[in-house]
Design a protein around this ligand. Structure first.
Ligand code: NAD
Ligand code: GLY
Length: 394
């Protein structure tokens, strides 16, 4: 087993502890002993069959060796697990396993498992300890960090949730070896998002990583020591970026509209969430929807005259360099616009867009400041479909 840490830093500067390394899952028991309440008796693992099949044994063995009793919930695979029934299942499993206030829940999986287990941990007995062991690239660089937990309602994605920090996050980049290429790509779109709203250095480092290690060779790359070192570094710099940004705005303060507000992480999400919703979470991976959402937001930025064409091209090229995004031909643009309108109804006047002035310079706009024609033209330009503009007149 290699030691934790990357070329830059194994632990990020923000709380909670984020341990990143190659093979660190085998040390989860020791880390749990160090970070959890000394009265912790039982750890309840939440995962799905696929991820548990790959890594459940390694995690259980290490936790048992450290003296913890174990129980588990296996939820269905995919976004549908982030539902009221998914939450009910986990909470009832907690009860059956007699989880006490001093016990802990460990999320072993991608963003779906992490978001669901996080909500359950935050409300059960008004809050039990929570551990994140993220196993997708999205979860390792984004979803496990910052304490946002959520399930979806029939009206909107992530509508029900809490802010709830885990006691620690254990990120083993070795588990990405079994991640399907499409899921890896999905994480790369979120990484591009970090660079686009963060700073040019992070954007360039992300672009270089994607170009140097093409997805088509992902399996072969994992056999190379150099790739594994670079992957560890890649995950570390992105985790560090997110941890630093959210530590200064943990609760995503509504009144903040500056370019270091946590809201900037929602770049690409206004359209991304609408796309996921109108396709019933079946057609797009989360990162892919964000990829398309970023293209639309950047197109809007150009239309408003705040983003230069060469900067737009830089972003579009980076997104394209990941591979081909799924086709959007089955998406009815008017359904997408209706989903935006419905979001607006639910959250009132607070529907906002994160746009770009240049790479690393996001700017927050209220929905009303943009105008429907600009939005629909940008959707049209990206989705490449024609429809009757007159129905979207301002
Ligand atoms: P996911 O959790 O559905 O995982 C993607 C797929 O990969 C699943 O089929 C899963 O079983 C499989 N998988 C996971 N780890 C694996 C591994 N190591 N090997 C093989 N297969 C593996 O999806 P995701 O992309 O990780 O996360 C998307 C979710 O995260 C969305 O619901 C999104 O809203 C949420 N999210 C939350 C935050 C946050 O701040 N809380 C941030 C970003 C995204
Ligand atoms: N993924 C957006 C956030 O964590 O704020």
């Amino acid at each position: 087993m290699k030691s934790s840490g990357s070329a830059r830093s194994g632990k990020t500067s923000a709380r909670p502890i984020i341990e990143i390394g190659d093979g660190v899952r085998f040390r989860v028991g020791d880390i749990a002993k160090r970070c959890l309440d000394p009265d912790t008796r039982r750890i309840h693992i939440v995962s799905n069959r696929k991820v548990s099949g790959y890594y459940g044994k390694d995690i259980s063995k290490s936790l048992r060796k450290a003296g913890f009793e174990l129980s588990q919930s296996l939820v269905i695979d995919g976004e549908r697990a982030k539902s009221f029934s998914g939450l009910q299942k986990v909470l009832e499993d907690f009860s059956r396993a007699s989880i006490r206030r001093t016990d802990a829940c460990l999320a072993l999986g991608g963003g779906v498992v992490g978001d669901l287990a996080g909500v359950a941990s935050s409300v059960y007995l008004r809050g039990i300890q929570f551990i994140q062991v993220p196993t997708t690239l999205i979860a390792q660089i984004d979803a496990s960090i910052g304490g946002k937990t959520a399930i979806n309602s029939r009206y909107a994605k992530n509508q029900i949730g809490t802010f709830y920090e885990p006691s620690f996050i254990l990120t083993d980049v070795a588990v990405l070896e079994t991640l399907p290429g499409r899921e890896f790509a999905s994480g790369l779109y979120e990484a591009i998002k970090h660079g686009a709203v963060g700073n040019r250095k992070l954007f360039n480092e992300t672009k270089d990583f994607i170009e140097e290690f093409p997805l088509a060779n992902l399996r072969k790359s994992f056999a190379q020591e150099e790739f594994r070192r670079r992957l560890r570094e890649f995950v570390s710099i992105h985790a560090d970026f997110k941890a630093r940004l959210v530590s200064a705005d943990l609760r995503e303060k509504s009144s903040r509209a500056d370019r270091r507000s946590r809201k900037i992480l929602n770049f690409g999400h206004t359209i991304g969430h609408a796309l996921e919703q109108v396709s019933s979470y079946k057609h797009f991976r989360h990162g892919e929807a964000i990829g398309i959402g970023m293209l639309v937001a950047a197109e809007i930025s150009k239309s408003l005259g705040i983003l230069r064409s060469d900067e737009l091209k830089l972003l579009n090229d980076a997104i394209e360099s990941v591979g081909q995004l799924p086709p959007t031909k089955d998406i009815e643009p008017k359904h997408l616009l209706a989903a935006l309108e419905s979001d607006k109804k639910i959250i009132g006047n607070s529907l906002q867009w994160i746009l770009l002035e240049s790479i690393g310079k996001p700017k927050i706009f209220r929905h009303e400041e943009i105008g429907r024609r600009v939005i629909s033209s940008a959707i049209f330009a990206v989705l490449g479909r024609s429809w009757n503009f007159s129905q979207f007149e301002d």
